[in-house]
Ligand binder design. Sequence first.
Ligand SMILES: Cc1ncc(COP(=O)(O)O)c(C=O)c1O
Length: 428
Amino acid sequence: MTLNELSPAELDTFVEQQQTAYDALVGQGLKLDITRGKPSAAQLDLSNDLLRGAHETTVDGIDIRNYGGVKGLTTIRQIFADLLGVPLENILAADNASLSIMHDLITFAVLHGTPDSDRPWDRSTIKILCPVPGYDRHFAICEALGIEMIPVPLGEHGPDLARVRELLADDSVKGMWVVPTYANPNGIVYDEATTRELVSMPAAPDFRIIWDNAYAVHHLTDHEYPAIDVLGLATEAGNPNRIWEVASTSKITFAGAGVSFLAASAANLDWYLKYTGFRTIGPNKVNQQAHAEFLGSADGVRELMRKHREIIAPKFAVVDEVLQQRLGEYAVATWTRPEGGYFVTLTVPNGTAAAVVALAKQAGIALTPAGSSHPLKHDPDDAVIRLAPTLPPVAEVRAAMEGVATCVLLAAGQARQAAAGSVRHSAD
Ligand SMILES: Cc1ncc(COP(=O)(O)O)c(C=O)c1O
């Protein structure tokens, strides 16, 4: 029977049962954490050969131990050019953390303007579109810089295009965050039709899409979505500079010691290199070469990603199994079954996400704070919870999900009681 179908008396009994289950949960003294999308130690171990470093010292005719080589080594760039489907000349390799590249891109545009800007982006007036739910660190960059964010609902294949088109009529809209493959956190994959629309819609000449392909090769099923040639489509649409595509090896090799990439038009890459030239005399090419030697080729990456899948797919399966078992019959929540990436989005009854996270915290289960998937951490429905099951061992994922299910049921039951109470009051 669904929660909505329970009579008031049955609802009271249900809440009492959930309270008992919750008290028992708190009594277990758990200490579980499913807050962040981090690879587990077993995943990191897959790349331990990297610790031996690079064997070559001369690559592209330069000594990789020295300064220079600002665009990164062709050995590693070629592998990611193949994976992302971009020409070699349109991709550069940098240090660890594509987040640093994204932060650079926005701050350079604010400080200097883009190659298509007639003046620097004025952060007090510009706006950036944020498909929601989205990645909290994207939103944090805008928040830190004081840039206004406009949420746009994210559908199954991308954002609400009619809404995006309407918003782009305003020249002060300068950017949009996109995670095109296995989006953080709801796992959707942008399709080609959506991508074509996004690269061709009328917009300000210096409008940029930050095409964050963090999970381009992070498949959880046999269906391995190929990367869409977004740069090619943008060029075809007459907007070659619209795309800033980023990616990294963070969740392929070592999250804290990988290589990041920027793929873009020649004009955008020249612009980026001009300004990064003031803050670095070149990236860590020894790490880039170690990666190139370890990964070998695009196929080498694909093979490694299948090993990751073997480790993490069972964790995603456990999330789905426990949620289905515990919540299915009550119809109190929905959740995603991602085909790749690092997250599951759990949608609970409106007005209860913060309560679920607080209850879980009290029971020793750390969840990403409610609201994190929205700009300024404000989820107007208070309904979205991001689950990140990759880091803990399977048994801990199961224990955490059992606990989360109890918290969802208790919060949902209490919310229904409160709503029924207010209906009873207003009828008095
Ligand atoms: C969508 C997305 N982009 C970027 C990152 C961070 O990437 P990097 O480690 O390359 O900075 C993450 C990490 O969770 C992510 O989910």
